[in-house]
Structure formats: C-alpha cells, structure tokens
Design a protein around this ligand. Structure first.
Ligand SMILES: Cc1cc2nc3c(=O)[nH]c(=O)nc-3n(C[C@H](O)[C@H](O)[C@H](O)COP(=O)(O)OP(=O)(O)OC[C@H]3O[C@@H](n4cnc5c(N)ncnc54)[C@H](O)[C@@H]3O)c2cc1C
Length: 431
C-alpha cells in the first residue's frame, strides 16, 4: 500500500518544484532531503569571513529572467529582484592594459561569429566538442576567449570535453536577476511552505518495478512507499553509487548518467584590507582576452553591490585541480591572476584579508557544480528525463532540462513536469 502519492528524493529546486506540482494537483508528496536544509545548490550563507553579508555559495542569478518561472513567483510575493545586468560595469584587459574601444567592438562581434561557426558544423555533423569549434576558427583572435567563457566559466567544463550541441541547446539568453538577500533565502522563504519535507533523511535505496508500480524508498529511519518516486539528486550522486536502485536501473538510464558528468566551478572571494578599489567602479566585471585556447579565464566580479570584496569564478579542470590542492592554492591562483592586470597593488590590498573558497566537489550530496553532456551525447538529458517503470520512477533536475539545463529554472520546470507524469502513472485523479 502506498503511504503517499509521490516520494521525492531531494529538496533542491527540482524536488521543491515537483512537490509544489503534486500539492497543486491535490496529491500528497513526501520529500526526503539528505542534508539539514532545503534548496540544494541554492544556498545563501552569511559568512563571517565576509562580515556577515548574505552570500550565495552556489547559484546566484535567475537566468533568462523573461522565461524563468521563478521570477513571477518572486514578483508575486513582493520580493526585490536586483537588476544585476543594469548596474554591471565591465573592464576588459589584454595583458596588463585595458582593451581599446576598437578591440571591445571586435570582441562583441565575435560571439555571433562563434555561434554561427558552431551551427554550421552541427548542420553537417551530429556533434563535436566545443574545442573543435575553436579549432575551425584558426584566424579568429577572440575565439579562445569565447570558448573559455562558454566552456569552463559558464558550463563548468573544459571545451574539449563538452558537447557543442549540448551547449547550443542550452545556451543562456535574456537578462539575469538576483533576489535581494540571496537565492537560497528566497527558495526557503517562498518555495517550501506547506510541503512535507523531511530533512536529514538520506534515501539509501530505491526499490522499484513491482507489479503495482509502487516505489519504496529506504532511509536509515525506515522506509516509505509511494505510488511513484521522483529522484532529483545530481548526476554526481547517481554516478557515485551511493543511492542504489533495486533492481538496477535500465542501461539507457545508467548510460545517460555516465554521459552527463559533473563540472565544477570554484568561487574564490578575496576581501580587501584597505580602501584601494583598483581603480574599478562598484559591481564591475573584470574580463580578459586570452591569446591561447585552453588558458584559464577567471572573470572577477569586483565590489559587488558596493561590497568590499572581489570574487572570481574558476571552472573546469582548473577548478578540479585547485579543489584537490586546497583553499590556499585557490587563493594563490586567484591572486596571481589578478596580479597580471593590477600588479603588486593586489598583494597590498588583499594581504592578510579574509578569503572564502567554495567546495561543491566535497559536498557528498552534490559532488560538483552542475552537469554537462560529453561530445556525442547531447540527447542524454532527454533520455534521463524519460519515464522509467511507466512513469512510476522519474528523474528530474538540472540534468534533465533542455533549454535551461544547469539552472535553477530548468530544475524547477523539470521537477514539475516529472510530477505530472508521476501522478498520472499512479492513476491519481484528484482527491
Ligand atoms: C557554484 C554554482 C553556481 C551556480 N550558479 C547558478 C546561477 O547563477 N543560476 C542558476 O540558475 N543556476 C546556477 N547554478 C546551478 C543551480 O544551482 C542548479 O542547476 C540547481 O540548483 C540544481 O537543482 P536540482 O534540484 O537539480 O539539484 P540539487 O540542488 O542538487 O538538489 C538535489 C537535492 O538532493 C539532495 N540529495 C542528494 N542525495 C540525496 C539522497 N541520497 N537522499 C535525499 N536527498 C539527497 C541534495 O542534498 C540536494 O538538496 C550554480 C551551481 C553552482 C554549484
């Protein structure tokens, strides 16, 4: 006998979206969350190192705001959405000097050319790596920088490991908004009300496939059976084998998980010890033109919202390497990078200042930042989102959405869609 209509594993955006959809349809959902908090990769802290201001350890922006379902929720609740794009200023360096107006104009014209080159290749070939797109633009002085942005910085993966088709299917568009007070706080405040969420309850086994379709999820505190189950854990957790399935998952599902490994982004925050602001305005993004494909690119957001720190994003294999080496190595790397543009002024400003380095690789319930498709596997997201056991077992999350993959909005939509399929599988017709 099912104890609830749907058991949901994970209280991140996908799990909360799924639970809200089940509840909205009049059904019952129980959400099992391994950690002691809701939100998953949407997590707002108030680190002492940054003087107690709110800081998003994971996701920050509501991307593609015009089509992001979380934006109307925030607006309806009267929350303030900070127009991060409108106040954003940019400084682009070539070596230790600022790019000229002519160089900036050429740089901004390069992105559409890069996209067109990718589309031309993908019209001829099923898939290639993103690095291959760069290789086909040998005379383009901006291609290496665009590759670094689209690969490691935005998608958390080196271009040679990343499916160009996955990139094109999921490229971000539109504007970006930031909920005042942080995205994790917004999620907890607005997206968890009225839901049956059981914190500190890691699922330890998922038993599925019996004749009635019910799914029993085991935890250390006992088990719960639902008419259906939605699994929203990251592909990093799925690949780790720490959540066994009985019977084992169909080969197409395990293959999709293998084809969607986790990328990594490490945020390195350096707090200023003096009044110097490096000649930069508040909320300023420092970008750099790379001369060689594969070189690291670390965009820095300097003095965000007028605060006294800078934060750099390090993605892809450099991020994994630094995560292994430890915090001090990440801080050194970030300082060395800033030194290229600002010289020893950087050392005077940040020496002895507080630092913060994020560690999503070490979170056992996530194991990375977000996933990417390997070359040739651009359809893996669709496969992972397909119903198993006639819809009694569903997977949802950032890995399963196409269009907003790797984002909060994509995870939420994917959870809601999985909930509709799961409820239909149980024969639920309202209560
Ligand atoms: C550094 C960083 C920056 C990012 N920036 C942005 C951004 O600016 N904008 C944006 O839209 N997105 C961003 N993202 C991506 C975004 O955070 C994710 O796409 C989204 O939060 C994923 O939601 P999810 O529900 O799929 O997964 P998760 O948030 O990972 O939720 C899954 C939940 O399952 C739980 N869980 C795991 N194992 C078990 C188990 N065995 N039993 C029970 N529960 C379990 C986890 O604790 C977690 O709470 C960023 C991510 C990172 C890491």
């Amino acid at each position: 006998m099912a104890e609830t209509d749907v058991v949901i594993i994970g209280a991140g955006l996908a799990g909360l979206g799924a639970a809200a959809a089940v509840r909205g349809a009049g059904g019952r959902a129980v959400v099992l969350e391994a950690s002691g908090r809701t939100g998953g990769r949407a997590r707002t802290d108030h680190p002492a190192a940054l003087g107690g201001v709110w800081f998003d350890m994971g996701a920050v922006w509501l991307h593609n705001a015009e089509h992001n379902p979380l934006v109307p929720i925030a607006r309806a609740a009267g929350d303030t959405l900070l127009r991060s794009d409108a106040i954003r200023q940019e400084r682009t360096f070539i070596g230790d000097r600022l790019a000229t107006e002519a160089e900036l104009a050429a740089y901004s014209g390069a992105e559409p050319r890069y996209v067109a080159a990718a589309d031309a290749i993908l019209a001829e070939q099923e898939d290639v790596s993103l690095a291959e797109v760069t290789r086909r633009l040998p005379g383009d002085p901006w291609a290496a920088t665009i590759e670094a942005w689209e690969g490691p910085v935005i998608c958390a993966v080196d271009a040679d490991r990343f499916s160009a088709r996955d990139w094109r299917r999921n490229a971000l568009a539109g504007s970006n908004l930031v909920p005042d007070g942080g995205i994790g706080a917004f999620v907890r405040r607005r997206l968890t009300q009225g839901l049956d969420i059981r914190l500190n309850s890691p699922a330890t086994r998922v038993c599925w496939g019996n004749s009635g379709g019910e799914v029993t999820v085991e935890t250390e505190r006992g088990s719960i059976t639902g008419g259906a189950c939605i699994v929203t854990v990251s592909t990093g957790v799925l690949a780790s084998g720490t959540l066994p399935f009985d019977p084992i998952l169909p080969a197409r599902v395990s293959e999709a998980v293998r084809q969607l490994p986790m990328g990594l982004v490490v945020k390195v925050v350096l707090r200023a010890t003096g009044a110097d602001r490096l000649g930069l305005p508040g909320h300023c993004f420092v970008d750099r033109i790379l001369t060689r494909a594969g070189d690291p690119l670390i965009p820095f957001q300097c003095w965000p919202f007028g605060r006294d720190y800078v934060q750099g994003w390090i993605g892809g294999s450099t991020a994994w390497d630094l995560a292994k080496q430890g915090e001090a190595a990440a801080v050194d790397f970030a300082l060395g990078y800033l030194r290229q543009a600002f010289g020893s002024r950087v050392d005077r400003l940040f020496a002895g200042g507080a630092t913060l380095v994020t560690h999503w690789d070490a979170d056992p319930w996530v194991r990375g930042a977000y996933c990417y498709a390997v070359p040739g596997a651009a359809l893996a997201r669709d496969v992972l989102g397909e119903p198993v056991s006639n819809g009694h077992l569903m997977f949802a999350g950032e890995a399963c959405h196409v269009g907003l993959a790797g984002t909060l909005g994509g995870a939420w939509i994917s959870g809601q869609a999985a909930a509709r399929t799961a409820l239909a599988a149980t024969g639920f017709a309202g209560r």
